[in-house]
Design a binder for this molecule. Structure first.
Ligand code: NAD
Ligand code: TYD
Length: 364
């Protein structure tokens, strides 16, 4: 039995991880620590809060005293650190919280883990740090995918702050012997993703007949992974990963942005045309008013410093951990669209809150 501190557990991937873990490891105890920033949402943890082996704590990873208290009082043996500022566009407009949470906050978490776990006789422990492929920078179209040996070359304040945190995690292992692992993952999609990220933004804008903004020429490439495959990958790292090692987790699934947007347009059109109830709920959706979602596509000014291509070589995770993505993009994207269609209450609440204020401030 393990006792885990899941930081950032009310965010997109963290919440999916909590649902995944409670389903696959019902004997374990989970304590979520989340500051509930604009990206944190208690509604994403519905169904968990009532469970005896689950506790939610509202707090900051930068609060070292709080983290130490939790580690001691709850007898926690594992940290899975999802907590972060995660949106590249926000990091361009305001990098400060990225440094505060991703660098200083992660360092504070490491200090707490070191103090509690190493100073008390070195009890069995694991500090797992969740990171991104964006730390490796941008690939040309012909370059081979990133491996764990690819040099770090972060280009945005977001990826630079994640790179800094990765280095601190590595240093705490090398210098102090803290038992760490790190995973660097490609772009995730799936349920509970905050609707300013590409895939949910496109789904929801179609339903409301809003423009579908494509940055630049739309030919930037990302390697997309269904979020549950990421959660399974982290589970495998915790179970079989070697301490001090880094594991890349990816989808082997490279797509140009414009092609993803066209696919989502086609699938949302199909779903709405096939269902009279959806037509009543979304009366301005293009297929209801006689149009096509694709007509909403609008090319807009490019993101400054926009990385051209990310792609992950997950060969090491495959060989050492038995990791491979299970969800195909076809099934994953259909599941994701179905989830957003079935969970209007969740995304309406998000969109009526801080999300809308932010969009208005930056893009109106
Ligand atoms: P998210 O923005 O949806 O969620 C982040 C969560 O962290 C939120 O619940 C937020 O309230 C919480 N948080 C922020 N600052 C905090 C602080 N100081 N203390 C405690 N909690 C805080 O992010 P996500 O997309 O779920 O990403 C989770 C992690 O995975 C991040 O570390 C990110 O870098 C990494 N990652 C994300 C992707 C992706 O495609 N989304 C891909 C690879 C890696
Ligand atoms: P995003 O979901 O922000 O993830 P990341 O920047 O971390 O990869 O964006 C994915 C890709 O989609 C990225 O190349 C930027 C692009 N994009 C758009 O073209 N339009 C949009 O409105 C958004 C949010 C992203």
């Amino acid at each position: 039995m393990h006792k885990l501190l899941v930081t950032g557990g009310a965010g997109f991937i963290g919440a999916n991880f909590v649902h995944y873990w409670l389903a696959h490891h019902p004997q374990d105890r989970l304590v979520v620590l989340d500051a509930l920033t604009y990206a944190g949402n208690m509604a994403s943890l519905a169904g968990c809060l009532e469970q005896d082996n689950f506790r939610f704590v509202h707090g900051d990873i930068g609060d070292q005293d709080l983290v130490e208290t939790l580690l001691v009082d709850e007898g926690l043996d594992t940290v899975v650190n999802f907590a972060a500022e995660s949106h590249v566009d926000r990091s361009i407009h305001g990098p400060d919280p990225f440094v505060t949470t991703n660098v200083v906050g992660t360092h504070s978490l490491l200090k707490a883990a070191k103090k509690v776990w190493l100073a008390r006789g070195g009890r069995s422990h694991r500090f797992h740090h969740v990171s991104t492929d964006e730390v490796y920078g941008s690939l040309t179209s012909e370059a081979p995918p990133f491996t764990e040996a690819s040099p770090y070359a972060p280009n945005s304040p977001y990826s630079a702050s994640k790179a800094a945190s990765d280095h601190l995690v590595r240093a705490y292992h090398h210098t102090y012997g803290l038992e760490v692992t790190t995973s660097n993952c490609s772009n995730n999609y799936g349920p509970y993703q905050f609707p300013e990220k590409l895939i949910p933004l496109i789904i929801l804008n179609i339903l409301e007949a809003k423009h579908l903004p494509i940055y630049g020429d739309g030919l930037n490439i990302r390697d997309w992974l269904y979020v549950e495959d990421h959660c399974r990958g982290i589970d495998l790292v915790l179970e079989k990963g070697r301490v001090g090692e880094v594991y890349n987790i990816g989808g082997n699934n490279e797509w140009k942005n414009i092609d993803i947007v066209r696919l989502v347009c086609q699938l949302v059109d199909e779903a709405v045309s096939a269902d009279g109830k959806l037509q009543e709920r979304f009366p301005v959706a293009p297929v209801v008013t006689g149009g096509k979602a694709e007509n909403l596509i609008t090319f807009v000014k490019d993101r400054p410093g926009h990385d051209r291509r990310y792609a992950i070589d997950a060969g090491k995770s495959g060989k050492e951990l038995g990791y491979e993505p299970l969800e195909s993009f076809e099934t994953g994207i259909r599941k994701t669209i179905a989830w957003y269609l079935a969970n209007e209450e969740w995304w309406r609440a998000v969109m009526n809150g801080s999300y809308r204020e932010w969009i208005v401030r930056h893009y109106a």
